[in-house]
Design a protein around this ligand. Structure first.
Ligand SMILES: NC(=O)c1ccc[n+]([C@@H]2O[C@H](COP(=O)([O-])OP(=O)(O)OC[C@H]3O[C@@H](n4cnc5c(N)ncnc54)[C@H](O)[C@@H]3O)[C@@H](O)[C@H]2O)c1
Length: 414
């Protein structure tokens, strides 16, 4: 296995800055977060990373999805979305989701080959039902229709309810950007026990409810894409830390008694969809205290309630899937101002922001979307690092579907 990289025992590093650069390269995004925020607590084990070229990884994902019943176009859309999430540094929403998707297909909570069902078209409003289809696919198709309508209307409100997990919401923002539109997306998560505590709370009442705002770039300034969980960390990033045996920074988690914890195992029953009887679940904390908490509530009321998918409150049934409901506002900026004026203002504003002298010269000012672009460049060149727990879970899921493990390894090129 040429691509195998040996991990590092974190306890050897008193300070994350003492860790070999390779550690951060193999998981650049989470690595950067940890480097910026943590003096390392006691780590629990070693991890290994496997580097896989994005094209090969996509082919592995396609093989599993097609074997699990997806037609070629859907398999391609879902695989492209997942691999792009990894390329962008969001391993939490990348190929590591696949074993769970395969499990949920088996339970009938995820349905392959769904098209978004148009429930209502009323002026510039489009409402869709996702019928538990792969969110990456029904979401893409719903966005295509909304973007098309926006060309004539200038402003579109699109809702998509009851889609299975939509993955990285930024992908839909990128669809708008590619069409020259500005978009806002608010998403909630239902059918699932809550994961995130309200500000001042001691147990979970929300999921990680993502919000995203996308704006096209100019000749000089790449697009601006704010795409974030409203929790301090996405659950998938806790899964990545759990799979690697890493602890998380203080204040990111609370245990089942509501006490701060650094141990990703407090979320284990959620991550592996266990009953929680042996290890009662803790919760994630909201991003930015009451501000992220306020946004999470509006993801419920906008993305959940107004789409008709409804909220996570317990009167609404929870079958144990991951249902995303999304509300999207799309604006054609050319209806509001001249595009050259917009481009001038974007560049002038970003330059003004970036001209602030960095507090730490080693950490320059970034604009939302920059970390993903940096990761994309690195990972397209070097390959995508997949920790060996995640990789084995993917291979096991393939074997369970009847695929040959050796063949999957051949496809992966490692
Ligand atoms: N489908 C779902 O149910 C669901 C739920 C939660 C999260 N998600 C997805 O998870 C992914 C990860 O979310 P996250 O909150 O962990 O992301 P994150 O914290 O890594 O980044 C959030 C945003 O901040 C920006 N950013 C990061 N560092 C920055 C810096 N130094 N300066 C300026 N901007 C910076 C990023 O470009 C990004 O737009 C997202 O793609 C989100 O859509 C999906």
């Amino acid at each position: 296995m040429d691509g195998l990289k040996q991990g590092y025992r974190l306890s050897q590093a008193e300070n994350p800055k003492d860790l070999p650069a390779q550690f951060f390269q193999v998981n650049s995004h989470l690595g950067r977060l940890l480097q910026n925020h943590v003096r390392f607590p006691t780590p629990s084990n070693y991890f290994k990373m496997i580097l896989i070229q994005s094209k090969n990884l996509k082919n592995v994902v396609i093989a599993l999805l097609e074997k699990a019943g997806s037609q070629a176009e859907e398999a391609d859309t879902v695989a492209s979305h997942l691999v792009r999430a990894n390329l962008c540094g969001h391993d939490s929403h990348g190929v590591g989701m696949l074993p769970l998707y395969m499990k949920k297909l088996g339970e009938g909570l995820l349905n392959p080959n769904q098209k978004p069902e148009l429930l209502k078209e009323d002026g510039s409003i489009l409402m869709f039902e996702g019928n538990r289809g792969y969110g990456q696919s029904v979401g893409k198709q719903a966005m295509e229709q909304a973007l098309e309508l926006c060309k004539t209307k200038g402003l579109v409100l699109m809702t998509l309810r009851n889609s299975y997990h939509m993955g990285r919401i930024g992908t839909f923002g990128e669809q708008s950007i590619d069409a020259g539109m500005v978009s806002l997306h608010f998403v909630n998560v239902t059918d699932h026990p809550p994961l995130v505590a309200p500000y001042r709370g001691s147990d979970a009442r929300f999921a990680t409810n993502p919000a995203c705002i996308a704006m096209p770039g100019t000749a000089k300034q790449p697009p601006i894409l704010l795409d974030m969980a409203t929790s301090r960390i996405a659950l998938g990033k806790v899964r990545v830390a759990l799979n690697k045996g890493e602890e998380l920074p203080a204040d990111w988690l609370i245990d089942h008694r509501g006490q701060p914890s650094r141990d990703p195992r407090v979320m284990e029953s959620h991550i592996y969809h266990r009953s929680g009887k042996e290890s009662p679940p803790g919760a994630l904390t909201p991003a930015g205290d009451y501000k992220g908490y306020g946004l999470a509530l509006f993801c419920e009321l906008l993305g959940g309630m107004l789409s008709g998918g409804f909220t996570i409150q317990p009167e609404n049934e929870r079958k144990g899937g991951i249902t995303n409901n999304m509300i999207t506002f799309i604006v054609d900026p050319s209806r509001l101002l001249e595009i050259p004026a917009m481009h001038h203002e974007i560049e002038a504003m970003v330059n003004y922001v970036k001209a602030s002298p960095p507090a730490d010269p080693e950490n320059p000012i970034l604009i939302a979307g920059d970390p993903e672009r940096i990761s994309l460049r690195e990972r397209e060149k070097d390959g995508i690092p997949v920790d060996d727990n995640t990789w084995n879970q993917i291979l096991d899921a393939g074997e369970n579907l009847g695929l040959d493990r050796e063949n999957l390894l051949n496809i992966s090129g490692i």
